[in-house]
Ligand binder design. Structure first.
Ligand code: G3H
Length: 254
């Protein structure tokens, strides 16, 4: 089934990686918004790809969301130590969408270790400064900064703002600035410019840019604009795992 999933889509994947300048694309059949099987396959393929990169003592940092959550159940045991770290504190998500929960599951599936980052979602400047000085938080932040691999989802901006119960002033600002997408707490417009950043503790854009491997997992036609926008400025070491519906639209967008 693995071969069937993207054999005929590999030409499409190659074409888009050339157009967008990212190092690799993996495309699964269908539309994740329409088909449960496509959603599952996104998780399977993203999990398989992550697994292929793992080496002894690697550190992997992971954001929250349903797409990264679906990867967690498709990882297999590895015969060496790997540590999974949540990339951000809670972002006001449901428990099952939180990075803390997902890294625990990834560690369980692979036989690896995990760290937890228990901090409130959005904190005042003062609280933020105090929290990052806490030794237990400091040590997780160091793990995030020194991670070899970052795994993240990409969300539709409006949907993410609602899901995270973002306050109405910020929702208004996102609308005014024409935010279309969101990844690791950064909202961006269709040109890929950052229009808003959630001040949470954890992975920052400058950390992402320095990673050796970046795995983005996102599919479903409702995310086309978000994914196209993200790819406008995506670091070249990004691998995107997406679906056929998105890939075909990306071809038109670039
Ligand atoms: O940052 C992006 C969102 O976390 C994506 O969430 O995978 O549930 O669509 P999702």
């Amino acid at each position: 089934r693995h071969m069937e999933v993207y054999n005929d889509l590999s030409a499409l994947a190659t074409e888009i990686s050339k157009l967008t300048g990212i190092s690799k694309l993996i495309v699964v059949k269908g539309d994740a918004d329409e088909s449960q099987e496509t959603s599952i396959n996104l998780g399977v393929e993203a999990g398989r790809y992550l697994q292929s990169l793992l080496r002894p003592d690697m550190k992997v940092t992971v954001t929250g969301g349903s797409s990264t959550a679906s990867m967690a159940s498709h990882l297999a045991q590895v015969p060496f130590d790997v540590t999974f770290t949540p990339a951000r504190g809670g972002l006001g998500e449901d428990m099952i969408h939180q990075a803390n929960f997902i890294v625990a599951k990834m560690a369980e599936s692979t036989g690896g270790c995990y760290e937890s980052l228990y901090v409130p979602d959005q904190v005042s400047e003062q609280t933020y400064q105090n929290l990052i000085e806490e030794p237990s938080i400091r040590s997780v932040l160091d793990q995030i900064k020194s991670a070899d691999i970052v795994v993240h989802g990409i969300g539709n901006a409006a949907k993410m703002a609602v899901r995270r119960k973002t306050d109405s002033a910020v929702q208004k600002l996102l609308l005014e600035n024409e935010a279309v997408g969101e990844a690791f707490g950064y909202y961006f417009d269709k040109k890929g410019n950052i229009v808003y950043k959630v001040r949470t503790i954890g992975l920052q854009l400058e950390d992402v840019i320095n990673k050796e491997h970046i795995i983005a997992v996102a599919g479903g036609s409702s995310k086309v604009d978000a994914i196209a926008a993200y790819l406008k400025n995506a670091p070249e070491q990004t691998t995107l795992i997406t679906d056929e519906a998105v890939a075909k639209q990306l071809l038109k967008a670039f």
